[in-house]
Design a protein around this ligand. Structure first.
Ligand SMILES: Cc1cc2nc3c(=O)[nH]c(=O)nc-3n(C[C@H](O)[C@H](O)[C@H](O)COP(=O)(O)OP(=O)(O)OC[C@H]3O[C@@H](n4cnc5c(N)ncnc54)[C@H](O)[C@@H]3O)c2cc1C
Length: 332
């Protein structure tokens, strides 16, 4: 039985006991809650269980070469041909596409209406003929994301969440869940505990780093922010339980604050390790198999992924604080 309060208590206790927080990913964290809100019973029965068991890995086909922050400008086309969608176009920055079995994908299916109304949210099996995946190596030296090309890719007409042209609404449901999972307070608290351990183990001239006032100060500031994020998370939880309250902007704050803070936390770990912090890959002196260095680079990327900090600030200031809308660029 679904119980979001129990879920929070369990993850909190896992984090206190220094047990890694449960596996997530784009299927579990983004798609499953979207299906619960917007999917048909048949879709829920078909997709949720394999996603939760990681029998089906999902990737997210939103961004395109000319549609990132301005996502609604996407151009990948879907045309209904009998009982199939025929898809042509390109996605980019698609995390985990090369391992994924399925993609939830935004496709322009109604070319003649205003851009936000012409999008549909389609579910695409990644082994469908006509899909080509080209890995992109990022600064962690892994190919964390990919370009995905579609040439006459045919999928069943029923592989759609919501109605034709309702994709923008569904996409935003997914984005709301994505944003809160990217800055997850419990994952942050777990990581903070690891940082404390690191600072107790590493030393300079025989003195533990945690006992050095300069580093201790930075640790305390970070701890204050971790606790603030946790408190914000609990406030959002009670808003969620009181169904009439909208948590959309609150979750954007989780994304904005959480990803920037996580990067700050990983940066502190790099500084704590001194010259060892600059090592990467196969050095025998590297700590925790290089996971601090990897996370330091990866979380810099997450300030961009899921919508950049600038975009979160724009939306929070316009819709939350009532500041004037930014001027729109007009073609001459
Ligand atoms: C690690 C990582 C993983 C990702 N995974 C995925 C994925 O799985 N699936 C997927 O679809 N996408 C993914 N993305 C893509 C991500 O969503 C986009 O990179 C992001 O939305 C920004 O779009 P863009 O890269 O086109 O930058 P642009 O939109 O070109 O922005 C460039 C710069 O201009 C700024 N800017 C743009 N418009 C404004 C404005 N109106 N006001 C102020 N500043 C503005 C931006 O903040 C940014 O600094 C991932 C990205 C990263 C980094």
């Amino acid at each position: 039985e679904l119980d979001i309060v129990k879920n929070v208590i369990i993850t909190d206790e896992f984090s206190n006991a220094k047990i890694p927080v449960a596996t997530g990913g784009q299927g579990i964290d983004f798609l499953v809650p979207t299906l619960l809100e917007m999917g048909t019973e048949e879709q829920k029965n078909r997709y949720i269980k394999p996603a939760l068991h990681l029998d089906e890995i999902w990737c997210q086909g939103y961004s395109e070469p000319n549609a990132g922050s301005d996502l609604a400008s996407l151009q990948t086309k879907g045309v209904l041909d009998g009982d199939e969608w025929v898809i042509n176009g390109q996605k980019t920055w698609t995390s985990t596409a090369k391992y994924a079995h399925m993609m939830f994908c935004l496709v322009r299916t109604e070319p003649d209406v205003p851009k936000h109304q012409g999008i549909s949210y389609l579910l695409i099996p990644m082994d469908t003929p006509g899909i080509e995946i080209r890995p992109l190596v990022d600064m962690t030296l892994n190919a964390g994301f990919n370009e995905v090309f579609f040439t006459n890719v045919r999928i069943p007409a029923t592989n759609i969440i919501g109605e034709r042209g309702q994709g923008w609404l569904v996409a935003n449901k997914t984005l709301t869940h994505e944003r809160s999972s990217l800055g997850d307070p419990n994952k942050m608290a777990s990581r903070f505990n690891k940082l404390v351990e690191l600072m107790k183990t590493e030393s300079i001239d025989g003195e533990r780093i945690i006992d050095k006032p300069v580093f201790r100060d930075r640790l305390m500031k970070t701890q204050g922010k971790v606790l603030a994020l946790k408190t914000h998370g609990l406030r959002l939880l009670s808003s969620q339980l009181n169904k009439e309250q909208d948590v959309t902007l609150g979750r954007m704050i989780v994304k904005l604050y959480g990803t920037e803070m996580r990067y700050e936390l990983e940066s502190l770990a790099i500084d704590v390790m001194g010259e060892l912090g600059t090592l990467y890959e196969n050095s025998p002196h590297i700590r925790a198999a290089g996971s601090w260095q990897y996370a330091y680079m990866y979380y810099l990327g997450l300030i961009i992924g899921g919508g950049t900090s600038q975009i979160q600030k724009n939306i929070i200031s316009e819709r939350g604080l009532g500041l004037p809308k930014e001027p729109k660029y007009q073609e001459a």
